[in-house]
Design a protein around this ligand. Structure first.
Ligand code: ASP
Length: 340
């Protein structure tokens, strides 16, 4: 009788454990937020986005499943999106006012709080790997411009001709932005401050990519990679490579990757604020993320973010029409979403 009772208890706890393991998220990704409306999307384009996001999730999940680290998963996932012209990162990055592609990326290890970032790089095929190399192979956290390009080359990363990043869609986007910027009507979209920053139209689609992963050892990692904002000027750097603004990760709280109008994310130190709200106020990842994003929205900034805590809770809030996003659970179940 006693052993039967014990057996039942064991069976019950196994079933509950198995169920919670299944629901646990191990990865969350985004491919940017912005004016993404179903009416502007062709079925082919929508299918292409869904396929690319799914492929990215699968690439990272394969790393986690084989026992590799969350850093490996983040890097593998972001490679897929950097190599796809659909996203504003790596190939397909937006253009600066001068017609260049200047890329930003950051990665952070939630176990050690080590971080690496590159800003304004122009020749590194996969900026997320350069960010990781800064973290693991240098004593610094952030490198920028020609120096960062040089460092990546010396670290043995793949270097490409800047032409590699050129895509017609982004080039046309720049021409449109330049044209709109010279007409008064479009100035109405932006605030005085944003005009000073050279960003006058808040309706541009953002397309940064980001990933947070939780590995079998229970360690979190977060990464973000972007071309920044169309028509950016004067060596502008966004939030993505700034640790604490667009990217942050701590095993004690969560991994966070942001997308949106970077200036607002920098001024609100969004990613670290979420971590702090969790650490010092005991808030859940969802509550903390909502508070931080609401603040961005109140100040006139738009965008979204993804966050994953070490228990496998996920949140993906945004205040734009859409955000390319997806999750995968420990048992491999994929969900990909675009609109509200
Ligand atoms: N946050 C990025 C930046 O401001 C843009 C984006 O998310 O697409 O550089």
């Amino acid at each position: 009788m006693k052993s039967l009772k014990l057996l039942l208890v064991m069976l019950f706890s196994w079933v509950t454990l198995a169920a919670s393991a299944q629901q646990k998220y191990v990865m969350v990704i985004h491919g940017g937020a912005g004016t993404i409306l179903k009416k502007n999307m062709t079925p082919e384009k929508e299918a292409a986005y869904i396929a690319a996001l799914t492929q990215a999730l699968k690439a990272g999940y394969a790393e986690i499943k084989s026992g590799k680290s969350s850093l490996d998963a983040v890097e593998a996932t972001i490679h897929v999106m950097e190599n796809s012209p659909l996203f504003n990162a790596g190939k397909g990055a937006v253009f600066t006012h001068d017609g260049r592609n200047e890329l930003d990326a950051a990665i952070m290890n939630g176990k050690t709080l080590e971080a690496g970032a590159v800003a304004g790089v122009t020749t590194i095929k996969n900026p997320i790997s350069a960010a990781r190399a800064v973290m693991e192979k240098s004593e610094h956290v952030m490198m920028m411009g020609a120096g960062a390009d040089q460092f990546a080359k010396e670290a043995g990363l793949e270097i490409v001709d800047p032409k590699y990043f050129w895509t017609k869609e982004r080039w046309d986007g720049l021409q449109k932005a330049i044209k709109e910027d010279s007409t008064k009507a479009v100035l109405d979209h932006g605030s005085k401050k944003s005009e000073l920053l050279g960003i006058k139209n808040r309706d541009y689609k953002f397309g940064t990519v980001g990933c947070v992963a939780l590995d079998k050892a229970g360690n979190l990692a977060a990464g973000t990679s972007t071309g920044g904002m169309t028509n950016k000027k004067y060596g502008r750097v966004g939030d993505a490579p700034i640790i604490g603004a667009g990217t942050y990760c701590n095993n004690e709280t969560a991994g966070i990757s942001c997308t949106g109008w970077g200036e607002f994310y920098i001024r609100n130190v969004v990613a670290k604020t979420i971590s702090d709200l969790m650490e010092y106020k005991g808030l859940s990842v969802a509550k903390a993320s909502k508070i931080a994003l609401d603040k961005v929205g109140k100040m006139g900034g738009d965008g979204g973010l993804i966050a994953l805590d070490r228990k496998g809770n996920v949140t993906m809030p945004f205040n734009t029409e859409g955000m390319y996003r997806g999750t995968i659970t420990a048992d491999g179940k994929i969900e990909v979403l675009i609109y509200k």
